[in-house]
Design a protein around this ligand. Structure first.
Ligand SMILES: C[C@@](CO)(OP(=O)(O)O)[C@H](O)COP(=O)(O)OP(=O)(O)OC[C@H]1O[C@@H](n2ccc(N)nc2=O)[C@H](O)[C@@H]1O
Ligand SMILES: Nc1ncnc2c1ncn2[C@@H]1O[C@H](COP(=O)(O)OP(=O)(O)O)[C@@H](O)[C@H]1O
Length: 293
């Protein structure tokens, strides 16, 4: 049987409002996910035994055993649909690892979709399985721009007008999502940060307007003070992007990647030229998509 290839995007959080810590150890979120054109490609094919191979510019440090989320995704789908031969999963990795862009979650979403195709499983089960694998995996399946609530797994697509042009600046280190949330709790206990920002009315209107300046003014990340506390070097990255001409810059999710919104594509190219390691990307883009052979 021929391999199935799935392309899957990274995300930035246009808004990340972090509510209280729940008894299950997760925080209640009001977030706006936005899929951007920086992709991993995940290929699944029938094999004698399960295996994971990772290649590409962001491959360093990605686990290749059963702790890779794609392995867990394949096993979960196999057990749920009582089918599934062993698969070899190859990840061509461009999304920065532990970068706040949900790369592992994206790969898991792609693996679910690819294995469902390969095994003839009904894709209707995938959102539920995605939510079991991680808070951001369900968004990887749908992409676009979506409101995320609960721990991030409850999704409502949001209407948008036009395209947004981003400059993405990855760091040379990672931040684990759990560490960022714990640091936020610590800062909150000290009274060192503003209360949770759980209202996205202004952002929703800005997205419909299609005006990048209005979207820029509405960007917000409650985790940003925690990321800056864990990685103070990010202050300089944010300042450099704004100085280079971005409309606004935010830490993406749990960081440390910084995302800069620009007025248009030429502006994004100019800003990227001023920042080391920067790439340009546009959004929104579709979620996990099976590619032709
Ligand atoms: C912060 C966000 C923003 O979209 O993503 P990244 O920026 O890391 O990609 C997400 O909330 C991360 O999602 P994801 O990386 O899937 O997290 P999970 O594996 O589900 O959880 C990792 C850890 O993050 C913390 N966590 C995650 C989600 C949530 N709503 N509350 C939490 O407190 C918990 O400590 C959990 O053990
Ligand atoms: N397919 C995968 N790609 C990247 N990281 C993975 C993958 N599977 C498991 N991981 C583990 O998940 C951690 C967080 O990965 P990632 O999703 O890239 O970060 P973030 O939550 O910041 O977006 C990594 O440090 C790595 O140990």
């Amino acid at each position: 049987m021929s391999p199935t290839r799935v392309r899957v995007p990274a995300k930035v959080n246009l808004h990340l409002g972090v509510g209280g810590l729940r008894p299950d150890g997760f925080h209640e979120l009001v977030t706006v996910f936005h899929a951007v054109g920086l992709h991993d490609v995940v290929t699944v094919q029938v094999a004698d035994a399960m295996g994971v191979r990772v290649s590409g510019p962001a491959a360093a440090g990605v686990p290749t055993g059963s702790d890779n989320l794609v392995w867990r995704a394949a096993e979960l789908l196999a057990s749920r649909c009582r089918a599934g031969s062993p698969v070899r999963v190859e990840i061509a990795k461009q999304i920065p690892v532990a970068g706040g862009m949900a790369g592992g979650s994206a790969d898991a979403a792609a693996a679910l979709l690819g294995c469902a195709r390969l095994w003839g499983a009904d894709p209707v089960v995938l959102p539920e399985l995605a939510a079991e694998l991680g808070s951001d995996v369900a968004f990887g399946l749908v992409g676009g721009t979506a409101l995320g609530t609960g721990r991030g797994e409850l999704l409502e697509p949001l209407p948008t007008t036009g395209e947004l042009h981003w400059v993405l600046v990855p760091a040379e280190f990672g931040i684990a999502a759990g560490d960022a949330y714990r640091e936020l709790d610590r800062l909150r206990a000290e009274g060192a940060v503003p209360p949770p920002a759980l209202d996205v009315t202004g952002l929703r209107a800005a997205l419909v307007s299609g005006r990048p300046d209005e979207v820029a003014a509405a960007l917000h990340n409650d985790l940003e003070p925690a990321c800056l506390s864990l990685a103070p070097a990010l202050h300089a990255v944010l300042a450099a992007g704004r100085k280079a001409g971005a409309l606004a810059g935010i830490v993406s999710g749990s960081g440390p990647t910084c995302a800069f919104l620009c007025a248009d594509e030429p502006a994004a190219r100019r800003v990227a030229a001023d920042l080391p390691r920067a790439t340009v990307a546009r959004g929104p883009v579709p979620g996990a998509t099976v590619l032709g052979r």
